[in-house]
Design a protein around this ligand. Structure first.
Ligand code: URA
Length: 195
């Protein structure tokens, strides 16, 4: 399906160039195995992702790799993407360009493309990282604090919501919960693989 994924990315590039004419938005597309069993969906690319053109690199990538190691997963066997495919930014009080959370409109703009990506990759499990991809796929009322660490079926998709790895930086008390969620996911994947 990688040809189809390439075509989809090219279409999305054209659409965003048209919609944001003059703004030169840089898209960071999903990457990884086109037939991956597990798809990770983050929030949106940050500065490093935009510079390198890859999702989850830099600090966020380091956090993600820790999670993968814990789960016994290798990044090459996954598909990694984001709910929003450009970096949402704002000007800080000091006049610097900094990250901001994506708006609802931005999430809605990219949602059909995320769904198409999911249809093409057809993963057995979609691990949403944080509230943004979780709500994009389940509705605005879902809360990560309640939903994390348990499989749920939504419109034919099998989701496994997890906290965003970056939330551990701001809230170290989540570490143990996070590790438990990762272990549960890893156990389940292993059991399914063995029959
Ligand atoms: N980098 C990404 O690609 N996604 C996130 O959600 C955070 C950092």
């Amino acid at each position: 399906m990688s040809g189809e994924l390439d075509r989809m990315r090219a279409e999305l590039e054209r659409l965003i160039a048209e919609l944001y004419e003059g703004e030169r938005k840089i898209l960071v597309h999903g990457e990884g195995a086109p037939d991956a069993r597990v798809m990770l969906v983050g929030e949106a690319p940050g500065e490093q992702e935009t510079l390198q053109g890859r999702p989850f690199v830099g600090k966020a990538g380091k956090n993600l790799n820790e999670f993968l190691e814990l789960a016994g997963l290798r990044r090459e066997e996954l598909y990694v993407t984001n709910a929003v495919k450009f970096r949402p930014t704002k000007l800080s009080a000091a006049g610097r360009i900094v990250n901001r959370p994506p708006t609802r409109e931005e999430v809605q703009l990219f949602l059909p493309w995320l769904r198409r990506e999911i249809e093409l990759v057809r993963p057995g499990v979609i691990v949403t990282l944080g509230n943004v991809p979780l709500r994009a796929l389940t509705g605005p009322k879902t809360v990560i604090g309640d939903a994390h660490g348990a499989f749920r079926e939504v419109e034919g998709l099998r989701l496994y919501p997890m906290y965003h790895p970056a939330s551990l930086i701001y809230n170290p008390s989540l570490r143990e919960v996070y590790a438990q969620d990762v272990r549960r996911l890893a156990d389940c994947l292993r059991k399914e693989e063995n029959g």
